[in-house]
Ligand binder design. Structure first.
Ligand code: KG4
Ligand code: ZN
Length: 341
């Protein structure tokens, strides 16, 4: 089954053709990041406008690189939640138009389920059940993936998402948006014990995260230093901060794995590209005899191939939408579909 998938939940307009959930025939991403960088973050209105301009061309390119016409695909899939509402609406409206015109089934896909599915492409023999740490710019969850479409949230962030925490600290250190990638790179050359930073936890909720205090601790260090006319070593601060964030993520994830008896640990979302997170979990999994899976670096950030992968399993579970499908800015990953909203 060949699915044409669209993704437009944030600042990437993406289209892909994926066969049977695992084989990527094309994967096109048009990023708006350069434009949003001018403002230090994503400007929702600009994102919507750029999606409108890009969506048709990106879709045409995805079909052309897959060597297919619209009539040859078996279904159309689209990210319908969660994300920026105006941005989501562009993809949803376009996908509905395609499905109606070409008389194809329409498959609604939850963005975070898509991030998890990036692993089905990278690791073709990975199948549920497994435990997944989903860490993106807007979400940080520990999820029990019971099967492809049944998921249970064990833990979540109480405030900032991991990606947001990286981006905000990076911005305070003068790095351009989105700072998470740059902070990761700069941290490689720093001393991760140069600054002592807190490791926040949530009382009575061992799988939940809290990053806002950690982020504020870094911002305070920078302010105090600048008031005294001092400059701090950015590589050392980046390395110390990255270690603190990653230790919080790994500690709760490992605890959840031990408590639930998981055998396979998986990471997903933009922050799953973080080099220390990948190294740390690789080591933890080796030490505990768990299998460790992570997406190829090219599939960690937002893309449509991951949406096409998850769509295959949503289709098999009978999760289809009519042309009444609407976009939703927020939706639980465990919700069974648009009608749950
Ligand atoms: O999943 P994603 O592409 O978009 C959302 O669904 O939010 O995640 C983007 C986030 C940004 O916050 C970005 O800074 C972060 O992922 N990110 C990283 C790295 N690469 C991307 N954070 C830390 N280390 C990285 N190497
Ligand atoms: Zn994402």
């Amino acid at each position: 089954m060949r699915i044409l998938a669209l993704e437009s939940s944030c600042d990437e307009t993406a289209a892909a053709v994926v066969e049977d959930g695992r084989t990527v025939l094309s994967n096109i991403v048009a990023s708006q990041v350069e434009e949003h960088r001018l403002y230090g973050g994503v400007v929702p209105e600009i994102a919507s406008r750029r999606h409108c301009e890009a969506v048709a061309g990106v879709t045409r390119e995805a079909l052309s690189q897959a060597g297919m016409t619209l009539s040859e695909v078996d279904a159309i899939a689209v990210t319908y939640a969660p994300g920026l509402i105006g941005a989501l609406l562009v993809g949803v409206s376009f996908a509905k138009g395609l499905a109606l015109a070409a008389k194809k089934p329409l498959i609604p896909v939850h963005h975070l389920r898509g991030h998890i599915a990036a692993n089905y492409i990278t690791t073709p023999d990975l199948t549920p059940p497994f435990l997944c740490l989903v860490v993106s710019g807007g979400h940080s969850h520990i999820i029990e993936v019971q099967d492809y479409t049944h998921l249970r949230v064990l833990g979540r962030t109480r405030d900032d998402a991991a990606g947001e925490a990286f981006d905000k600290a990076a911005r305070a250190m003068g790095m351009p948006y989105p700072g998470g990638v740059e902070l990761d790179r700069v941290a490689e050359g720093g001393d991760d014990r140069a600054f002592s930073l807190p490791r926040p936890s949530v009382d009575g909720a061992p799988y939940d995260f809290s990053f806002s205090g950690l982020k504020t601790a870094v911002i305070n260090l920078l302010h105090n230093a600048s008031q005294k006319g001092q400059t701090l070593s950015v590589p050392d601060l980046s390395a110390s901060y990255r270690r603190a964030v990653v230790e919080c993520l790994v500690k709760n994830f490992v605890r959840a794995a031990k408590d639930t008896g998981a055998k396979t640990l998986v990471i997903a979302g933009g922050v799953s590209a973080n080099s220390l997170l990948r190294r740390s979990l690789e080591a933890e999994c080796a030490a505990n005899g768990w299998r460790f899976c992570r997406p190829d670096l090219s599939l960690c950030g937002d893309n449509a191939a991951m949406i096409g992968s998850q769509a295959y399993y949503e289709y098999q579970a009978g999760n289809l939408a009519s042309t009444a499908l609407n976009a939703c800015a927020s939706m639980e990953i465990a919700a069974s579909g648009p009608e749950d909203f």
